[in-house]
Design a protein around this ligand. Structure first.
Ligand code: WTA
Length: 711
């Protein structure tokens, strides 16, 4: 492998087009970890010949193998309809119901098997096992409630719910009727939920009164009031707020219920006890849900996923990549508020009829042994989480796993690049050297995995997600659309040449933005209905090694991946600009040993205002209020001026370098180069004083900082 580090041109004031993607990378092969024989013997995929069923010449029919894992009311007529490219339509003419597939069809042979096991954060509370039969009853009753409110197929409903079993129940109830659900991460603020309610046009919000995080029973209902108010400001009225209770018969929030608008769900359920609701016969191409994610503009995009394609894809990838068998106890320690939870806590595992564990709280509460105690208590044998959780557990309890007698056969890491040394701790300490690891690369938009090893076939290589998933045809392209060859050591944009069933259908209400963001870049003929003309632009930089394994380097756009969650710089900056004193704002990533990246915010003030702790607090509060705690900047620097190009563009890479103590690069082309040194003095001396000097950065991290904000 060539150690080709010099492909970045130095004069990147506006950063020359071709150098952007050619982020130089320093690749060191990390060695292979083959699956243990015991794993291979039981794996859903153990014969390399499976790849021959998913070759390009078999596309798109190859994906019917995934669709065949589901029960269809009516089989499809056309596997893939490309007539409205790039709005792909999968399994056209097919009719099915996601709720039926995740619940009803398991009653025949798994009625009394646990579908969900919910673990409350307080260890004094017993866990709750919900059998498929109980899930059936609860989903039906809640569907009856939704129906009684007049909701019907095609309507949207917003959930702002934490990790409680009522959330999957509500999702499956909506899916039963064809109501499009939009779950907003509970950690997001009420205002953020309100923006998403307005964008989706929901008239009903479902929430809970309270839930536990880190030992505290949080008042969650207060966020519903904020959400309704924020939605109203954007012209969207919410008629009903349905409030589940964390503890039956009591109210866990301090915020009062609003007469006429807020209703306790248990009161409504009592009116619909034992009612059954026929699962609607829905088109495969009908939408199942929206999942909002951040992009390059200030406004989050509602990624719309289909019923047939999405459910097929998550069922297929859960089977082959998560290696889920019906008798496994599978725990994905992530939040259903993100795509990971939708695909790999709820829809994929339940479609396969397995037992899926849900945990309410923080991983290290009350101590870093908690996940491993849960694993022992429930007999978890498949474990799935993010690099941030792994880094945190490693930091606070490196020796904890060894104290507990659990045995994982399989583990997953998802959502961020994982450093090889963290991977090795996961493998040796958490997996005890017995478990395979899959490092799964994918996105909210993609519905399911795009890059991963097949765990019973391919050896894992720390730091790489592995080859393309079955049926996925990726290629790395430079800015001009030339292929960057495997093994060249050069980075480029990873694109997927073909559609796949899990890909999102559109951005809710923004068809043009869908095409321009994901497909326009490498499309040469906007009228073409041939899928070969529409490579999917993922927005990630990557390299491909000679062995066909991909290494994902991170976003090539202005998105900061904090603890695996995407935050748009424009989104953060536009919130900062709502503070009256602020004239300009710029958000940059800072490398963090636990959360991967954290946000730092630079602001300059309008004339006549002097920097103060008060203004800093205003900016911080505005961000927490509008987005949520997850976006809270680590530092806010009020600077005399922003480094700018002559055309007035803020040079984010220069301030990113300042925050990360890396070389600011060439600044001679700036309109105000003298400000760079002033800012450096101010920021770095303050950081020294706080003990915030980072470790030495890896080559990949350095190149990320160097090219940040170049688009
Ligand atoms: C990043 C999460 C490295 C990537 C499922 C992508 C990863 C973004 C990996 C999507 C991985 C995801 N290795 N980076 N295994 N998985 N990413 O939409 O930059 O929350 O574009 O979906 O996370 O984040 P999202």
């Amino acid at each position: 492998m060539a150690d080709d580090l010099n492909d970045v041109t130095e004069d990147d004031d506006e950063v020359s087009e071709s150098s952007e993607a050619l982020i130089a990378v320093h690749w060191r092969d990390e060695g292979y970890y083959p699956p243990p024989a015991s794993f291979v013997a039981q794996a859903n995929a153990s014969d390399p010949a499976i790849r021959e069923q998913f070759t390009e010449d078999r596309f798109p029919d190859d994906f019917t193998a995934y669709a065949d894992l589901l029960t269809w009311f009516k089989r499809w007529d056309t596997v893939l309809d490309t007539s409205e490219a790039p709005f792909w339509k999968w399994f056209v003419g097919g009719e099915l119901n996601a709720s039926y597939n995740c619940v009803d069809r398991h009653l025949a042979d798994k009625a009394n098997k646990a579908a969900l096991i919910w673990v409350a954060e307080p260890e004094s509370e017993a866990h709750q096992a919900i059998t498929y039969r109980e899930l059936y009853v609860r989903v039906n009753e809640f569907a009856a409630v939704l129906k009684s409110l007049g909701l019907k197929a095609g309507d949207r409903i917003t959930f702002h719910m934490p990790m409680v079993p009522e959330l999957p129940v509500a999702m499956l109830a909506a899916a039963r009727l064809g109501i499009i659900h939009s779950q907003v991460f509970a950690g997001f603020s009420g205002t953020a939920a309100g923006h998403r309610i307005a964008d989706s046009g929901s008239t009903v919000l479902v929430t809970v009164d309270g839930y536990y995080r880190s030992g505290e029973l949080l008042d969650h209902k207060v966020k519903a009031d904020e959400a309704v108010e924020a939605a109203a400001k954007e012209g969207q009225q919410v008629d009903k707020v349905l409030v589940f209770r964390r503890y039956p018969g009591q109210y866990s929030a301090a915020t009062p219920m609003v007469e006429g608008r807020d209703v306790f769900v248990d009161d409504l359920l009592a009116e619909h006890k034992g009612e059954l609701v026929e699962p609607a016969r829905l088109q495969a191409t009908d939408p199942l849900f929206l999942m909002y994610t951040s992009g390059t503009t200030g406004r989050p995009k509602g990624c719309q996923h289909s019923i047939g394609g999405y459910l097929s894809y998550v069922a297929g990838t859960s089977k082959y990549y998560q290696d889920i068998h019906p008798d496994d106890t599978y725990w994905c320690m992530a939040d259903i508020g993100w795509i990971t939870g939708h695909s790999y806590i709820v829809y994929g595992p339940l479609a396969l009829g397995t037992t899926s564990v849900l945990y309410e709280g923080t991983p290290n509460y009350p101590d870093a042994g908690r996940p491993w105690r849960i694993a022992v208590q429930l007999g978890v044998n498949i474990f799935h989480t993010s690099p941030t959780a792994i880094r945190m557990l490693r930091k606070v309890g490196p020796d904890e796993p060894a104290k507990y007698d659990y045995h994982f056969k399989h583990m997953t890491t998802v959502g961020e690049p994982i450093e090889p040394e963290v991977w090795r701790w996961y493998y040796e300490s958490v997996g005890k050297g017995e478990a395979v690891i899959v490092d799964t690369w994918w996105q909210t938009e993609t519905g399911g995995f795009l890059g991963s090893t097949l765990p019973g076939i391919d050896p894992a290589k720390p730091g790489s997600c592995g080859p393309a998933a079955l049926g996925i045809l990726p290629v790395i392209l430079d800015e001009d659309g030339n292929e960057v060859p495997a093994g060249s050591g050069k980075a480029g944009n990873i694109v997927i040449r073909n559609p796949w069933p899990g890909v999102f259908q559109t951005i809710w209400g923004q068809r043009e933005r869908f095409v321009s963001t994901y497909y326009a870049k490498y499309n040469k003929d906007p009228k073409s209905t041939d899928w070969r003309d529409w490579p999917y632009f993922a927005g990630d930089g990557a390299t491909e090694a000679a062995d066909g394994y991909f290494r994902i380097l991170g976003r090539v756009d202005d998105v900061i991946n904090v603890a695996g969650h995407r935050l748009g710089t424009k989104e953060l900056e536009s919130v900062a600009l709502t503070v009256n004193e602020v004239a300009e704002a710029a958000a940059v990533p800072v490398i963090d040993d636990v959360r991967g990246r954290v946000v730092e915010m630079y602001v300059s003030l309008k004339p006549g205002f002097a920097p103060s702790a008060e203004i800093e607090a205003k900016v911080r509060d505005a961000i927490v209020k509008d987005i949520g705690k997850i976006a809270r900047p680590k530092n806010i620097w009020i600077v005399p001026d922003m480094p700018k190009t002559r055309s007035g563009k803020i040079m984010r890479r220069v301030i990113a370098a300042t925050s990360n103590f890396t070389d600011t690069g060439d600044i001679t082309t700036l309109a105000n180069p003298e400000v760079v040194e002033k800012i450096r003095q101010q920021v770095q001396s303050a950081k020294h004083a706080k003990g915030e000097v980072p470790r030495e950065l890896s080559e990949t991290e350095l190149s990320e900082i160097k090219s940040f904000g170049s688009e």
